[in-house]
Design a protein around this ligand. Sequence first.
Ligand code: ZN
Length: 418
Amino acid sequence: MIIDKVRIFDGTAMLGPGAVEFADGVITRVLTEPVAASGASASADVIDGTGLTLLPGLIDAHTHVFGAESNLELALAFGVTTELDMFMGPPELTQALCAAAGERADLADMRSSGLVASAPGGHPGHAMPLLPTVAGPDEADAFVAARQAEGAHFIKIIVDDGANHGMSLPALDGATVTALAGAARRRGLLTVAHVSAGWSARLALDSGVDMLTHLPLEAALDDAFVSRTADEKRVAIPTLAMLEASAPETSSRPRTGRSLAADPRIVGYLPDHARTAIAEGHEGLCVEKASPQHRFTHALASVARLHRAGVPVLAGTDTNYRPDRACPVVHGAGLHTELALLVEAGLTPAEALTAATSAPAAHFGLSDRGVIAPGRRADLVLVEGDPTKDITSTRSIEAIWRGGVRFDRAAYRERIAS
Ligand SMILES: [Zn+2]
């Protein structure tokens, strides 16, 4: 297959118009000129990409699949070819779904942290008595070893006292998080810390975790914190889509995420329940007891500062959607909200696209994807227009390939309509 005369966003920059060829699931050639101009031969099937842009398959760096295959199908229907799941169990289910997602062309591929590390009686274990917890630094290595044995691709650590849910719960302390981060590093696993507020972001940074996910809503990160984050080569996964849905809405700034439910480029590919969840849902939020000081604009300001300081920012939605849970941030579609919010925060559209393609691939060690280059997986999204000029062009999807297999979007649309 050759896509010819197409603008190519290769994961970092725009090339072409040129041509991309793939065979047996792998990109074989990338030409920076159309086939005819380059003098190359074109024996394969050719798609005329005039006016279109080819992107690497999108990667959502923070999701919750909850064991639901339908979530991975919904993700793929919106061009998300890989999801990084940040908490799922039981381990047998996580392993089985990761294996299926690795093989099936009709689902987004996935990686998962499996079970999260949290304090006894803390968030989220207080509501999940079977979840293993970490009582202190002495238990850190055994916890990480157990997750590694279960096939976890990275270690997720919860640093949260429940205040955002109107509770006061025990949280992991600095010594325990430091021990978890150290154990994971020795075992070759990345650590991702869920931070609920400024105090927990500082604790995570002090403890040496690799990545921070979410951002405080009560205040923007200050310059000292941001420059330390940059100096110490940490990575941020802000989850703006979920933070926007969680913070109180203000009249001056209606929620970008809600507008998806009325976007003709999106709505035809949403099952009814997902559309209602986007328009009206409130479930699955990080902040259920928001106070007036919780402002989404604080998170936007933090992203701007992190990005300016050179901290890699990855696009992740924190979608908590499933067919029985009306979270307003849904798989696949929600990533297009995240891209728009990253641009609102101050990334250029091309930088936002990098945050959803080559950057998560590089920082999570997914060296086979996230970039359009020979030898990479043919995870590709073809869109109308130029998303480096208008980021919402990512919603105008013409075609999606996962591992070189085209996703039948028309059939998907018919199926969900019936
Ligand atoms: Zn999450």
